[in-house]
Write a protein that binds this ligand. Structure first.
Ligand code: CUA
Length: 325
């Protein structure tokens, strides 16, 4: 029988019913299942991350800045948990329920655009990014730079009027510390008092080093000719690790040491005793300054040797320095 010529190309074979499409009575409600599984897993996951894992996250809570960083990691970890679980659950669900049959060689149906999903995606990611920017700014300001180097003129300072000044001097390849409020003595030992705000003035005598007091949550580059200021307040007694975190030469990895947080009384005793013990060395050190001229410092070792007190008080040469005269 004659019919008119077809006006449209022949219909392609009916694509398989998309999963969960309305009308497929046999299909379970995948979207609802996924949503319920995701919400339940996220609530459990967030509680576990924040309450169980959170208190063990680095760098611990030895100081105000460390505790602040740990809190930030707890919050970020908790926010990331639903995203992480969403990806895993969807993938697991798809692998289980939407697996292609062994002999199924057909492509999936082509999909273009979905205003609802696109809008949700843009709105949700915008909200997350802006909220995190606000959170990050607050977290940086409320703890005076969060233990990071703020440069020579810090804008966020502790309110307290009595701040212990500790100068951190990086040099190939050790750290020394000067205490200007105790006559400016210099020592290889880093001691800090409990519950008192500390201002680290970080500098270098030669190349770029990075002062990293791990458990204190303090990290500040040590640049020659620059005073880089970082704040923290020790909250627990004990020892902490000091490392260098800028590759600074052959023995970079040897710029490793321990510092100590002690009670305020023990600190006073230590600082006053050390000031007295090192008085003769302190006299011939360059006067305390926020930066030092690296070319002038290079001759200091010779001066100390001429005076017969080279290396005294853990001065400019570490005990195992091959170049020690
Ligand atoms: Cu100093 Cu690496």
């Amino acid at each position: 029988m004659a019919t008119e010529a077809p006006t449209s190309p022949p219909e392609p074979p009916e694509p398989p019913e998309p999963p969960g499409a309305p009308g497929s009575a046999a299909e379970p409600r995948h979207g609802l299942r996924l949503l319920v599984a995701w919400v339940v897993a996220s609530v459990i996951g967030c509680l576990l991350v924040y309450l169980v894992w959170g208190p063990h996250l680095p760098p611990g809570d030895m100081s105000s800045s460390a505790a602040n960083q740990q809190f930030d990691l707890r919050v970020l970890g908790t926010i990331a948990t639903p995203v992480f679980l969403g990806v895993l659950i969807y993938m697991g669900y798809a692998l289980t329920f939407w697996r292609a049959e062994d002999d199924d060689e057909t492509d999936g149906p082509p999909i273009h655009g979905n205003a609802k999903i696109q809008l949700t995606w843009i709105a949700a990611t915008t909200a997350i990014v802006l909220a995190l920017a606000a959170f990050g700014t607050v977290e940086l300001v409320t703890v005076q730079g969060a233990g990071a180097g703020e440069g020579p003129q810090p804008i966020w300072k502790p309110g307290s009027s009595s701040i212990l000044q500790v100068q951190v001097i990086g040099q190939q390849w050790s750290w020394t510390y000067r205490y200007p409020q105790f006559g400016g003595f210099e020592t290889a030992q880093l001691e800090l008092p409990l519950n008192e705000p500390v201002q680290f003035n970080v500098t270098s005598l030669d190349v770029i080093h990075g002062f990293w007091a791990y458990q204190l949550g303090v990290k500040a580059d040590a640049n020659p000719g620059v005073n880089n200021v970082a704040y923290t307040t020790p909250k627990h007694p004990g020892s902490f690790v000091v490392r260098c975190d800028e590759l600074c030469g052959l023995w970079h990895g040897a710029m490793f040491d321990y510092g100590k947080v002690v009670t305020a009384a023990a600190f006073q005793t230590w600082a006053q005793q050390t000031e007295t013990q090192l008085a003769s060395v302190t006299k011939i050190l360059p006067p305390y300054a926020l930066t030092y001229d690296p070319t002038a410092i290079a001759n200091l070792g010779k001066v100390l040797v001429q005076l017969g007190i080279g290396g005294a008080g853990g001065g400019y040469y570490p005990p195992n320095d091959p170049e020690q005269p």
